[in-house]
Design a protein around this ligand. Structure first.
Ligand code: PBG
Length: 339
């Protein structure tokens, strides 16, 4: 983290020539303030049924839905690259989606089978989950819906059941991305009571109602289903103080880490959260951010490798400790090859 305003004025020109330290790579490296490392990366992966399947997601070039065996192979690759954690998102079969979302807490649902398979094969890799109902919901919402209203307290009960099933399957980090009020406290109490005292919660505390989630909704099959929008539970992109109040609330209820989402358009929020609370902060460089960089690079309009590196360094500069990014394996390979 930067230490704040410098306590002196720079000597006037030519006493200070900032270009002296930019003259050569060695001096630029010496004067560099922030570092991006493989330890800062969380790799989101999409799971689907079957074996030996890699199904491309057209709106996310380079990302595919993978069957559990392929997920395990990628988990092994993550461990080889030194990536500390993966995050699993299921593509649920359409006939298992319902208004009641019961599949969400089925101990043998796709996500839970994937957690077990990964933990059996690569126990040292941290597995993060998504706690929200949208991959299981007939109407694409993160919560239970009645007469067009997203129900808060009823949804919390479902999220608690879902959390316990994920913890039972071996998840290391639970990632509630639903934005219901009060879910962190309920999840924490239930985890303690069930003996899962060391399962971490990374709360999606400041999650905005964003247009940048489009490709993700394609990936989990929620796009065509979503009825209306998520503005009654996700944050208004115009707000900033509210993010601090949400973070304070989630920390007080037992969150171990907090997330800001999306990432690049909300770096000011990342910075304020880190400065205010000094807790582990992560950002989610979401599907639309990834797609923008990939698409522009695919057209030859920007240098994709440099844009990836610059965007991820920006999260570190803003104060983030970790970044969920679909670029995780590419970035990890680049960092390895540069050493
Ligand atoms: C929903 C969820 C979303 C993402 C992660 N969890 C989408 C949404 O809120 O509609 C988006 C991630 C991305 O865009 O990469 N529980």
């Amino acid at each position: 983290m930067p230490l704040g305003p410098v306590p002196y004025a720079a000597a006037p020109f030519p006493g200070t020539r900032f270009r002296r330290l930019r003259r050569m790579d060695a001096l630029r490296r010496l004067a560099q303030e922030n570092v991006l490392s493989v330890n800062d990366l969380i790799w989101p992966l999409f799971v689907r049924e079957g074996t030996g399947i890699e199904e491309a997601i057209p709106s996310m070039p380079g990302v595919a839905r993978l069957s559990v065996d392929r997920i395990v192979a990628q988990a092994e690759e993550a461990a080889r690259l030194g990536i500390p954690a993966i995050c699993l998102f299921p593509y649920t079969d359409p006939d298992l989606r319902s208004e009641g979302c019961e599949e969400a807490w089925n101990p043998d649902n796709l996500a839970n089978r994937a957690i077990r398979a990964v933990k059996a094969a690569v126990p040292e890799l941290a597995v993060m989950t998504d706690v929200a109902l949208d991959p299981y919901n007939a109407n694409g919402h993160d919560g239970l819906v009645h007469d067009g209203v997203i129900l808060n307290d009823e949804t919390i009960e479902a999220l608690v059941a879902m959390s316990l099933a994920q913890a039972e399957a071996g998840a290391d980090i639970l990632g509630p991305s639903d934005m219901m009020d009060g879910r962190i406290g309920a999840m924490r109490a239930a985890l303690e009571a069930a003996g899962h005292k060391d399962v971490a919660i990374l709360s999606y505390a400041a999650k905005y109602a964003s247009a940048f989630y489009g490709p993700f909704r394609d990936a989990v099959g929620a796009s065509g289903r979503l009825v209306g929008d998520k503005k009654t539970y996700q944050m208004n992109p115009a707000n900033s103080d509210e993010a601090l109040r949400l973070v304070a609330r989630d920390l007080s209820e037992g969150a171990d880490m907090v997330m800001v989402k999306p990432g690049m358009p909300y770096l000011d929020i990342c910075h304020r959260v880190k400065e205010t609370f000094g807790v582990p902060v992560s950002a989610y460089q979401v599907s639309g951010e990834y797609a923008m960089i990939r698409a522009a690079a695919g057209h030859g309009w920007i240098d994709g490798t440099r844009a990836m590196t610059e965007s991820l360094m920006a999260f570190r500069r803003a104060g983030c400790d970790a970044v969920l990014t679909y670029f995780a394996p590419d970035m990890a390979r680049l960092l390895r090859d540069e050493v």
